[in-house]
Design a protein around this ligand. Structure first.
Ligand code: ARG
Ligand code: ZN
Length: 422
């Protein structure tokens, strides 16, 4: 009898373990729309006092009535948070009940799974893999790709830029693309790799790609915040800022997209170290932002287009984010992103919002796009890639190709429009 029981357990071990795992609470993502000021205040309190991570908006100070909040709640705080929400009659929806599984899915090395048809570019890669890829790409295509070291991070990791250049035409202009300013936005570095791969593969096959590369060089910084990116792979998937320490606080990290010299640290940024939008001790206090700013200052006469890739929320943004004022070429920029958004809608049946940063999302001073614009790079953009919150930062690898192709459509549209103009 005992033997039979043991046999039964062994035969069903797999199933039994699975049921056990389902019952156990996982990290979840909640969608909450506060209806009253009281609910706003409670939500602000929850997101700052408890072990949670605000996905949307970037900081608790932007939480307001009738706007959807996305909150990551780790398993160990979920009971407390649910209680608080219930007590104050704050209705909420579970956006994702299985965040742990999704994180696992994002980090699994699918290449070892023979059933998977996913290519290298349809997966997320560790920082080490990306450094290896940079090196390999340069060795495979030395005719087109040069690697430039533009500086190093706070923890002394190299910041490499790939320069794509197909000919030595005199007076060639250039486009700059950076990815991975914010650590947890994994689809962003994936896009930079996608873009380089696409450029190299389609130069000979696609007329638009050839037109772009014949007329401009492209500088690609795949991971602007390598310390933060590494940290999201090893320690905390929800990390946003860089990893710099300061003597005056125990909290680590500066928001690199609040650290540039554009109405630095005014409304929409914070001088508190512990917030997700901490602006740093002074403009360009961080080695990562300083490296990018120095490089662009040296190349400002050739760089016509500045592009910064983020996620998520599906938006094509342009300056200003640091003020509600319009730029001198506001209508021109608006028209460009409108055309790009239309193309995405036509090809991929997906909607992207567009407009100036401050009017489309919120005031966010110290951003790289505004700074680049004021430096004289008049075609300056920030893209927020997929999705709109279904998976948020945990976008499954199977969505990478669509997300990147949508962004690629926007990049190509804008580059071609700028080439046409000049
Ligand atoms: N989600 C991005 C951020 O909060 C928006 C960037 C828009 N541009 C800007 N300069 N803030 O950083
Ligand atoms: Zn971002």
């Amino acid at each position: 009898m005992k033997a039979l029981l043991i046999l039964f357990v062994l035969m069903n071990l797999d199933k039994l373990l699975k049921t056990a795992r389902c019952i156990e609470t996982q990290d979840q993502i909640l969608s909450i729309t506060p209806k009253t000021q009281e609910q706003v205040d409670i939500l602000k309190n929850i997101s700052t006092q408890y072990e949670t991570a605000l996905w949307q908006p970037a900081s608790h100070q932007f939480i307001k009535e009738e706007t959807e909040v996305h909150l990551f709640v780790p398993a160990n705080s979920s009971a407390t948070v649910e209680d608080l929400l219930q007590k104050h009659a704050i209705t909420h929806q579970v956006l994702l009940a299985n965040a742990n599984e999704l994180i696992e899915m994002q980090t699994r090395n699918v290449s070892t799974d023979p059933r998977s048809g996913a290519t290298f570019y349809e997966r997320y890669h560790s920082l080490e893999d990306i450094y290896f890829w940079i090196n390999r790409t340069q060795h495979e295509r030395p005719d087109i790709v040069k690697v430039i070291l533009i500086g190093s991070s706070y923890e002394k990791r190299p910041l490499y830029v790939l320069k794509l250049s197909v000919n030595n035409r005199p007076n060639k202009k250039a486009m700059w693309i950076d990815c991975g300013i914010h650590a947890r936005e994994w689809v962003s570095p994936a896009f930079c790799l996608w873009f380089v791969h696409h450029s190299l593969s389609f130069y000979n096959l696609n007329e638009d790609m050839r037109n772009i590369l014949d007329n401009m060089d492209v500088y690609v910084l795949p991971v602007m915040n390598p310390d933060g990116y590494k940290y999201t792979w090893t320690t905390n998937r929800m990390w946003r800022k860089n990893r710099s320490a300061s003597r005056s606080s125990n909290c680590i990290g500066v928001d690199l997209n609040r650290n540039f010299d554009a109405n630095w640290c005014t409304e929409g940024a914070s001088d508190e170290h512990c917030t997700e939008i901490y602006c740093g001790a002074f403009p360009e206090s961080e080695p990562e932002s300083q490296a990018v700013a120095n490089f662009l200052r040296r190349h400002k006469d050739v760089v016509q287009i500045y592009l910064s890739i983020h996620s998520y929320s599906q938006m094509l943004l342009f300056p200003y984010s640091c003020t509600l004022d319009e730029t001198e070429n506001h209508n021109e920029l608006l028209e460009m992103v409108q055309i790009a958004a239309q193309k995405i809608r036509r090809y991929y049946k997906n909607n992207y919002k567009y407009g100036s940063g401050a009017k489309t999302i919120y005031l966010a001073p110290g951003g790289s796009d505004d700074w680049a614009y004021n430096l004289g790079i008049k075609y300056s953009f920030t893209f927020e890639l997929q999705d709109r919150g279904r998976y948020g930062f945990l976008l499954p690898p199977s969505h990478i190709s669509r997300a990147c192709n949508e962004a690629l459509t926007a990049v190509k549209t804008i580059a071609l429009l700028v080439i046409e103009k000049t």
